[in-house]
Design a protein around this ligand. Structure first.
Ligand SMILES: Nc1ncnc2c1ncn2[C@@H]1O[C@H](COP(=O)(O)OP(=O)(O)OP(=O)(O)O)[C@@H](O)[C@H]1O
Ligand SMILES: [Mg+2]
Length: 272
């Protein structure tokens, strides 16, 4: 029985002939895993997300989703299992109202018409957008658009959820709420696999695994506490370490003994 959601084997990809974004990338993600992908601008994160949903084709190597090699024939059936929230929510809206937009995704996921209204309300409520259901998506604020895009994708009940900086325009409270929402969905469905591409180091701290990408290559791939201890490597690829780690370092440097303090918990409390 397959327990891998994603198997990327030695892929090569560029958008055009003389460009190479990935020269030999391999990566696995287990079913039920929550993986954060971090890396500075232009490192290939969104390109990877697009390859995973078959929007672009690899030049070499292969991508397996739930055990099936992604190809032109199975892409449509596989996409039914994948929910993707793109980096720019404007690219994601099709309906003339928020309600239509969420409904469109549900139609594609073959949800029965009589069940739709309830699901639409349920998910709009989860992201605090219930009162906007009759509004035009184009007229919403950036953060509101992201909330709608997230609601539409989650409502489709995907097995694999790919979020490409999908909370980048939300305020800290909004980010936290979406994180709580995805955590709750994971509790409900232990097989839900999440790949979250993010610049939010504090989100990455919560993941099962953090993958650091730099210039199309995986430079770190481990549990968050291992990745964020590798300060040297992170600096090399121009990434920051979490605030809780920095605070710990500063206190240690000043000989303040703080070994028993739970820094992540402390910072979380302070930021509430
Ligand atoms: N449609 C495209 N055609 C050609 N080149 C592209 C295209 N989209 C992205 N690129 C290039 O591919 C590289 C990787 O881009 P990508 O969007 O995957 O980066 P990213 O890691 O998502 O960055 P960011 O953090 O800014 O979102 C960049 O050098 C970018 O300029
Ligand atoms: Mg991107």
């Amino acid at each position: 029985m397959e327990n891998k959601a994603i198997e990327i084997s030695e892929i090569e990809f560029g958008y055009y002939k003389d460009q190479t974004i990935f020269s030999n990338l391999s990566l696995d993600v287990n079913v039920g895993e929550y993986v954060c992908v971090i890396g500075h601008n232009g490192s290939g994160k969104s390109t990877l997300a697009k390859l995973l949903v078959g929007l672009n084709e690899v030049r070499k190597g292969e991508i397996k989703i739930f055990g099936q090699v992604l190809n032109e024939e199975n892409i449509y059936s596989l996409r039914k299992k994948i929910g993707i929230v793109f980096q720019n929510p404007d690219n994601q809206f099709i309906g003339s109202t928020v309600r239509d937009d969420i409904a469109f995704g549900l139609e594609n996921a073959c949800v029965k018409h009589e069940d739709m209204e309830e699901i639409i309300h349920e998910y709009a409520k989860k992201v605090n957008m219930e009162e906007f259901l009759d509004k035009e998506p184009g007229n919403l604020s950036g953060g509101q658009k992201q909330r709608v895009a997230i609601a539409g994708t989650l409502a489709m009940n995907p097995s694999l959820l790919i979020m490409d900086e999908s909370t980048s325009m939300l305020d800290p409270k909004g980010k936290r709420e979406i994180r709580e929402l995805t955590n709750m969905l994971r509790q409900e469905n232990k097989k839900l696999t999440i790949i979250s591409i993010t610049h939010d180091i504090d989100e990455a701290l919560q993941a099962d695994r953090v993958i650091v990408i730099n210039q199309g290559e995986v430079v770190l791939n481990d549990k968050p506490e291992v990745v964020f201890k590798n300060e040297e490597k992170l600096k090399e690829v121009k990434l920051d370490i979490p605030f809780s780690y920095k605070l710990n370092q500063v206190l240690n440097k000043n000989n303040i003994k703080v070994d028993s303090v739970d820094f992540e918990g402390l910072v979380k409390e302070l930021c509430q």
